[in-house]
Write a protein that binds this ligand. Sequence first.
Ligand SMILES: Cc1ncc(COP(=O)(O)O)c(C=O)c1O
Length: 455
Amino acid sequence: MSSMFSAKPRGRPVDRLSLIHRHLHNRPIVEINTPFSTERISQPSEDIPWLPPTRASSEFLPPLQSRSIVKMSQQPEHPTLLIPGPIEFDDAVLQSMSHYSESHVGPAFVATFGETLSMLRKLFQTTNEKSQPFVISGSGTLGWDLVAANLVEPGDEVLVLHTGYFADSFADCFEVYKAKPTQLKAPIGDRPQLDEIEKVLKEKKYRAITVTHVDTSTGVLSEIKALSELVHRVSPDTLVVVDAVCSVGSEEIQFDNWNLDVVLTASQKGIGCPAGLSIMMVSDRAIERFKARKTPPGSYFASFKNWLPIMQSYEAKKPAYFATPSPQLIHALHTSLTQILSRPLEERFAAHKKVSQQVKDHVSKLGLKQLASKPENQANGMTAIYLPEGVTPPDVLPLLAKKGVVFAGGLHKQIAQRYIRFGHMGVSVVDDQRRGDIKKALDALDASIAEVKSS
Ligand SMILES: Cc1ncc(COP(=O)(O)O)c(C=O)c1O
C-alpha cells in the first residue's frame, strides 16, 4: 500500500459510504462532496475511494423482507432507482455487458463500435457527415474537459449560462485550462433570459457559450433552439456548447437544425446504459476551430488530436488504437441505442413529456412546489420537488426507501436541505405500463409525505 493511502487511518467503510449515501439515513446532510466539486479539496483523500461495492446499498436500507420491491424481469430484486441518473436499465442492455472478452481492435468489436457511432448521429439528429461523434471511456465530466482542452485556448472568454450546480462546475473546469469563464446566473428555479444573454454577448467577444440543457440540481430546462439562433445572430463566431448530460434521450435535440457546435452527454441517464462513457457530438465548425488552435490542447487523454482519428477509423470499421475502450460498455451502448432508435424519436420525447406532466400534476395536487417555477422551464426527465416547510431530505428519503423507491436529495448548495429529486427517464418511462415504476413512486411519495406530516 503506498504511503499516500496509509498515512492516516481511513475510517470505517460505513463512514466513507455515508458521504455517498447521505440521503438514505437520518443524520443531517453533509456538505456535498463530489468529484467535480472544488469542495473535494477539503476532504481528506482517504475518505474518497475504496468502497466495498457489495455493502453499498444494503448498509442503509431496511432488511429486504420489509421493503416493497417489485421483481424486475431477470434482474435481482432491488429498490427502483428513480434518481436523475443513473437510471434503471433494461435487461437486454445489462445482458449485453456479459459479452465474452474480445480484442478491442478485432473486426467484430470494431464493427460494433462503428455502428454505435453511426447510431449516435441519428440520436443527435445530424446528417452532416462532417459532424463528429466521440465515445470515450469516462463520465459526463470528461465532456467538460474535452471542450475546455480542445475548443478554447488559455485566455479565451467563455460565457457560462447558469441554471444550477453544474454550471459552476463547468466554469471551474474552464479555469483549470486557463480560460476565462463569466457566469450569467438566473434566480434559483429560473434560467437566464434571452434579452439578458444578448446584452452580455454584445459586451465582449466570447469564444464559446455553454448552456446546461437540464440542470440536474434544479430540474430547470433551458431553451436551446432560440438560444442558438440568438448566438448565431449576435455573436456568430461564438461556439454553442450544450451540456446535455441530463437531457439526451429524454429531451429533443436537433443538432443540425439548431446549429449546435457541441452536445456532450454521458451513458447513464436518458440513454439508459451503465455509467462509464463520455459521449459527444461536435460540429465541423468546432473541429475546424480545433485544427486552427494557436496552442496545443491542454490535455493528453482528452486531446481531440488523439481521439479524432480513432473515432473516424472506428466508424469506417477500421481498427485503431489510442487508449483501450471498454468493449462491454460499448456493447451496452449499442444495445440501448438500438432500442431507442427502434421507435420514432418523437414518440420517445412525447412519452417523457406525458409522464413528466403526470408527475408534476401529482406533485402540485400533493401541495408541493417545484424548483423550476415556470412550465416552460421544467425538464421532462426529472422533477425537483420542494418539501413541506421544516421537512428535510433525510426525513423523507428513508421512508421512500422503505417502500422500495430511491429518490435523490437536493444538490443546489443554497437549498439542498429543502428539496428532493425524482428522475423519470428511460425504461421507467417508455416501459411504464409493464414496469409500473412511476405509479409505485407516486404512491410511495404520497404515503411518505403523509407519514412525515403526521409525525
Ligand atoms: C448536467 C450535468 N452535467 C454534468 C454532469 C457530470 O456527469 P458525470 O457525473 O457523469 O461525470 C452531470 C452529472 O449528473 C450532470 O447532471
